[in-house]
Design a protein. Sequence first.
Length: 454
Amino acid sequence: MTANPIAETVASLMPRARAELAELVAFESVADEAVAPRSECEAAARWVADALRAEDFREVALLDTPDGSQSVYGVLPGPAGAPTVLLYAHYDVQPKLNEAAWLSPPFELTERDGRWYGRGAADCKGGFIMHLLALRALKANGGVPVTVKVIVEGSEEQGTGGLERYAEAHPELLAADAIVIGDTGNFRVGLPTVTATLRGMTMIRVQVDTLEGNLHSGQFGGAAPDALAALIRVLDSLRDEHGSTVVDGLPARAEWDGLQYPEEDFRRDARVLDGVALPGSGTVADRIWARPAVTVVGIDCHPVAGATPSIPATARAQISLRVPPGQDAAEATELLYAHIEKHTPWNARVTMEQVGQGQAFQADVTSPAYTSMAEAMRVAYPGEEMQSSGMGGSIPLCSTLAALYPQAEILLIGLSEPEAQIHAVNESVSPGELERLSVAEALFLGNYARSRHA
């Protein structure tokens, strides 16, 4: 990075940032009481609120949202007449998954090979630390030139919509001229990237019932309807012979027109085993940014450990369907329900429950805020120009904010580049990316304030 006061200040603050991120990562703040105690999320929320108060934020509050989670809110007043910028992150995290596969404790920030490892380090506790670094750098160099609102969500990973519904009920709360969502990531380490599109999502649970109770597979197998076998038939119907997602009536042939994702890079980033083919058709970018994608994220039935030779009477699965921009998530859900009903064999009883939903999002990358961000990233990443890409994941709040504040410019940046391995074991953050993106965000806020007064 070329020397400038903002960059020098952020560099000097990095040891403090590491210590704070370690404190925040230590909370097992999974917003699912079946996985972690609610007290962990509550403690993380209080930590975030205390951090805002220490930076002179006003109106700091723990907002009780309709899904039972808490979001943290605060306002840092800027100069009279200055624009308002909303900064977003979330403190809730994915479960640790297979703890034995972690090379260091998942809730203990650990430095290894130049990266900081821990659940939430990139997604998205690091995003909140990024916001703090940017604001501290501005304070140390003349002050924050805009009014800043911060909202830190407590249930983003669950997709249960608490903050979206709270914002709809209190539309004045998050109103802003520009919104920076700190929950995406660069296309690769060192390449400054804004995310232009997000897929929406729907999450459903499917249960198949065939018998009043489990039966001996020797005495009844062959004629008794097997619930797990029926569920497997249903799940298999959601992919064609090439592995592409198939939901009856849901378009799945769109093409991505923009930055491409070379297959060899994707295989490396996704850690695909040698010799294993990538499913689907079209380019990688088509498949992960422009088309729907179904994933079975969990199955309940007989566990392998302690299995007995019996026919399952009941089987259950949780299914995630990612929906690209241009497709309505609610309509996609209805099509998914109809598809499952149609493809359930043997007249087995099938019940479905929706547990999460969010709409897709598409940003206007030609807006003045993007010009301000491009200028900032050019300084923070010398020799690199800002790129725009898609993202296959979902941030349901984005479409809510776009609907509530149609004049607001929404930018998506963050620390979740491919090496971060978010949602997987051994999640990590690049401290270099944290430093550079904090510089970029600070410079953006200055650029944006000047552009609004030009």
